[in-house]
Design a protein around this ligand. Structure first.
Ligand code: HEM
Ligand code: HEM
Length: 183
């Protein structure tokens, strides 16, 4: 019988931590954009759009990868409610990681704001009617989705800490392999 895998594959680790770092970068870029004095150069919103669209592409790649590579099983003895909660949070993560850039892209498209991907090439706009009014509503949705993402991140990090310090299992080790594996 094949040995059960005791950590995620390198591709899964790079996608998990790469996307997490880019989400953090998005919040930093928006903070810099909001703090930029009027009239001062503000490259941040352009970078925010380019990073956000990269997150969209990486998340689609990740969903494809995940469908071909099942998640590791929960540690033996994990109660059903915990398995259901973890699965729900993970599925919602994928939904929101797509909804977040999509609402931004749709808003920019409705407002007719051109997007240049890191100044390298024009990113196509979507055919959205409604002009500035629609752009404003979509931006409202963008902010709302972010609130949902914050809730998921908080629950997810608390769950990871519970595994590490209360359950004392290897769930965190398999996503952060430099953390020593418990026997
Ligand atoms: C923006 C930040 C983050 C996002 C979007 C995110 C998203 C995800 C997703 C979608 C999965 C499920 C993978 C699958 O489909 O099987 C996952 C797994 C995992 N994440 Fe995160 N994550 C983030 C941050 C973190 C942080 C900060 C930690 C550690 C403190 C962490 C620890 C883990 C662990 C241990 C797993 C594996 C769970 C298991 O094996 O059942 N994540 N994450
Ligand atoms: C996962 C990807 C993304 C994350 C995490 C993210 C996050 C955020 C956050 C936290 C805000 C501030 C919201 C508020 O203050 O209510 C924001 C605003 C904004 N985002 Fe995103 N975003 C992402 C993708 C995108 C994309 C792809 C675009 C456009 C192509 C975009 C365009 C904007 C714009 C135009 C604003 C408003 C900035 C302003 O106040 O002038 N975002 N985003």
């Amino acid at each position: 019988m094949a040995e059960p895998r005791n950590r995620y594959s390198t591709v899964s680790l790079v996608l998990h931590w790469g996307i997490a770092a880019l989400v953090l970068a998005q919040v930093c870029l928006i903070t810099l954009h909001e703090g930029a004095p009027d009239g001062a150069p503000d490259p941040y919103i352009g970078w925010h759009k380019s990073v956000g669209l990269s997150i969209l592409v990486l998340t689609l790649v990740r969903v494809g990868w995940r469908l071909m590579n099942p998640a590791l099983p929960a540690p033996p003895g994990t109660p059903t409610w915990e398995k259901v909660a973890a699965r729900t949070v993970h599925v919602l993560f994928y939904v929101l990681l797509i909804a977040m850039p999509m609402t931004g892209w749709l808003a920019s498209s409705a407002g007719g704001r051109e997007i240049e991907w890191f100044g390298l090439f024009p990113w196509p706009l979507l055919p959205v009617e409604g002009g500035r009014e629609a752009a404003r509503s979509l931006m409202g949705l963008h902010g709302l989705v972010m609130k949902g993402l914050y809730v998921l991140i908080a629950l997810h990090v608390l769950a990871a800490l519970k595994h590490q310090f209360l359950d004392r299992d290897n769930v965190l080790h398999r996503m952060i392999p430099i953390i020593p594996r418990r026997p």
